[in-house]
Design a protein around this ligand. Structure first.
Ligand code: ADP
Ligand code: ZN
Length: 671
């Protein structure tokens, strides 16, 4: 690069500001070897930190005598490939995220700290590759699978978006692998995104066995060293399997992106940099000009809508690959039933029936702990977190009360703090309580509870899965982590213990998620020869959407909700951004957002486009009071145009330093 000593280095550093910083070049700079995108060591707030060279300028608004000098430009291959640089630019523009947080924050920590881009040595035994003993017999695709795969393989050289809607067990993964094979045969790479760390080894195994070569695994459970190593290997690996953030992995010859279980909420990052890896997979596919496959048994309404608008091509897999019948769905009316710890007599009979036929049973309840609240029998006092507006959950293992919002743990009191009453009663049932009840009812059976508490230690999930496959536990109690991806051939009964919990919620997306979870959990039943049954306990057996779901299936259910969303002007028919604010002071968040509202109107938004400020559905969390302002427009462009100047203006408001605020474009939860 031919530059003079008067040139200025413009550097992005990892701060929440929407701007870069100018520096004088280091003394001994070698202009010939400097490239945009290299890392630079610069003084920043009395520290030397690592930033990224964004451009070389001849002019700066900073007075020359105020300019600091960069310490070093790290001569290296730029960390971000050209197409990733464009993707990160998109992230800045679309999600209105600060340049430095994006350019620096999305690389492995060791690189962010300035360490060199070399393969760190691997400690023996740790993170070793999975042994590939035998290559699995490749299954012969059935007609539907073949059609789907052939359609995608028709053109692997351009961007196309595909949505594979395949019932659980229909063999989506086999279709993915068939397409991946064609991509690898062209000397290109495949990136596969999965929702959960728990599912990555399983997916990885299948791909490794099929292709007989190591795939690279990327997820948040890796140490910093492992992450850097995997990241470097990914550049040239054939197959990379990862969770959400893997969408930002540089790959030299990327030829295909697959997003499995695309409906899953975990593809959306809910804090700091709020992006959707699913949506970004489409953007990246466009930038790299390669096909993108989104797959699910229960596609998100956003993706179905995109398929309706012919943005994606919809491919159906309507039958289970093994020819197993879909499970029978039975609604169990519990309006007048005597429940014992959330279990009705009919359900207990059902469990007995399946056990006596050597079937396994999964009871699904999305509530961990023993009981979701503790109530005083005398005065009705309910134990609440002192710092959050939530009831405390009683955990029998710790014999304490836990706040599931801020994780604070309280001792279990003997007396009611309000009236001194001695009878404090656990109300409702969570996984622990159900587990105890089932152990009482079926003392000779292995009972296994699988939730965030029981799987906290590393490797425990794998152990549990093995226990289930070996038939050492036949009664399983699980939260939504059991709804995903696992395959248990002997599972014949799935029971949804509390369907009503999902039916009525302030969040307009709750019903969609409820349907997805029911179908996904139900999909665990009867995957092999034994027919499956699903029992849904509810006090609202006639609820129309529940009827549609159980009688007509997910597509009809989704269609009905899409119509409702259109009538109510809700996403995906409307574009939203949520500005959240929180502070220890009760008034500040509302006052701040009121000012933001004024600014938003200055930047072209109509009162009609702005809702609030209102108190957040969870009004207080970890001691902070919370409020929110919702911006909604019928056109994405309008939203984007107004948000850009708005975020800049917000940054300069002095009030913005007194509250914690964030902008969430396309928010997935309205809390
Ligand atoms: P999905 O990803 O849709 O849940 P999988 O790809 O995991 O489905 O397939 C479910 C099961 O069916 C797996 O055990 C898989 O090996 C098997 N399978 C898939 N396709 C076929 C096929 N064409 N013939 C026989 N078995 C198949
Ligand atoms: Zn709390």
């Amino acid at each position: 690069m031919n530059q003079q000593s008067s040139s200025i280095l413009r550097v992005a550093v990892d701060t929440p500001l929407h701007r870069s910083f100018d520096y004088l070049p280091p003394m001994d700079v070698d202009w010939d070897r400097i490239q945009i995108g290299q890392r630079v060591r610069v003084p920043f707030r009395n520290k030397i930190i690592t930033g990224m060279l964004m451009s070389i300028e001849q002019e700066t608004s900073v007075p020359k005598n105020k300019l600091k000098q960069a310490e070093e430009v790290i001569i290296e291959t730029p960390i971000w490939t050209p197409s990733l640089t464009k993707l990160l630019q998109f992230v800045q523009d679309y999600y209105h995220q600060p340049v430095g947080e994006v350019m620096m924050g999305l690389m492995p920590k060791w690189l962010r700290e300035g360490r060199p881009q070399v393969m760190p040595k691997q400690r023996a035994g740790k993170g070793a590759k999975v042994a590939v003993n035998q290559r699995l017999k490749v299954v012969e695709l059935n007609q539907e699978q073949q059609q789907a795969s052939a359609r995608i393989k028709e053109d692997l050289e351009h961007f196309h978006g595909y949505l594979i809607q395949g019932v659980t067990g229909s063999g989506k993964t086999e279709v993915y692998m068939d397409v991946v094979e064609a991509v690898l045969a062209r000397g290109k790479q495949a990136l596969i995104l999965v929702p959960e760390i728990g599912l990555t080894p399983q997916t990885l195994d299948r791909f490794q066995q099929r292709f007989n070569e190591p795939a690279v695994l990327l997820h948040s459970g890796l140490s910093h060293g492992q992450r850097l190593r995997a990241w470097m290997q990914a550049k040239t690996a054939s197959i990379v399997v990862g969770t959400r953030s893997a969408i930002f992995t540089p790959m030299d010859k990327l030829g295909l992106i697959i997003v499995d279980e695309e409906h899953d909420m975990s593809f959306k990052q809910q804090d700091s940099l709020r992006y959707s890896a699913r949506d970004l997979s489409i953007v990246r596919g466009n930038l790299e000009n390669i096909p993108v496959i989104l797959g699910s048994a229960t596609p998100s309404l956003e993706s179905l809508h995109n398929a309706q608008r012919e943005r994606y091509e919809l491919l159906h897999l309507s039958r289970r690959a093994s020819n197993a019948q879909p499970p029978a769905m039975n609604i169990l009316d519990i309006r007048d039933a005597q429940l014992e710890e959330g279990l009705s007599a009919s359900l207990l009979e059902g469990i007995q029936r399946h056990l006596s036929r050597q079937g396994q049973i999964l009871l699904f309840i999305n509530r961990r702990g023993y009981a979701p609240c503790l109530i005083c029998h005398s005065c009705g006092y309910l134990a609440e977190c002192r710092r959050c507006d939530v009831k405390l959950t009683l955990h029998s293992q710790s014999n304490r009360l836990h706040c599931h919002q801020c994780d604070k743990i309280y001792p279990l009191q003997k007396h009611c703090p309000r009236c001194g009453g001695e009878k404090l009663i656990p109300l409702g049932a969570g996984t622990e309580r159900i587990e105890q009840a089932l152990r009482r009812h079926f003392p000779c059976e292995g009972v296994l509870r699988i939730d965030a508490d029981s799987t906290r230690t590393k490797g425990s999930m794998e152990e549990y899965l093995q226990t289930i496959r070996d038939g050492r536990a036949n009664i399983l109690i699980g939260t939504q982590m059991m709804a995903k991806g696992h395959d248990f051939p002997n599972l014949t009964l799935v029971a949804i213990l509390d369907a009503d919990y999902g039916l009525f919620s302030a969040d307009f997306r709750a019903i969609e998620r409820f349907g997805q979870i029911i179908v996904q959990v139900a999909g665990r039943a009867g995957r092999a020869e034994k027919p499956g049954e699903v029992i849904i306990q509810t006090r609202h057996p006639d609820y129309p959407l529940l009827q549609t779901l159980t009688q007509k299936g997910y597509s009809a259910f989704a269609k009905q909700i899409l119509q409702e969303r259109e009538q109510a002007s809700l996403p995906p028919y409307l574009y939203m951004a949520l500005i959240r604010a929180e502070a220890f002071d009760e008034q500040l968040p509302q006052q701040f957002l009121q000012q933001v509202k004024g600014l938003a109107q200055d930047h072209g938004l109509q009162p009609l486009n702005i809702m609030g400020p209102i108190t957040a559905p969870m009004a207080r969390r970890a001691g902070r009071h919370r409020a929110q302002l919702l911006i909604r427009t019928t056109e994405r462009g309008q939203l984007q145009q107004s948000l850009k100047p708005l975020t800049r203006a917000l940054e300069n408001m002095k009030e913005s330093r007194k509250v914690r605020w964030s902008l969430d474009v396309d928010p997935m939860d309205m809390m």
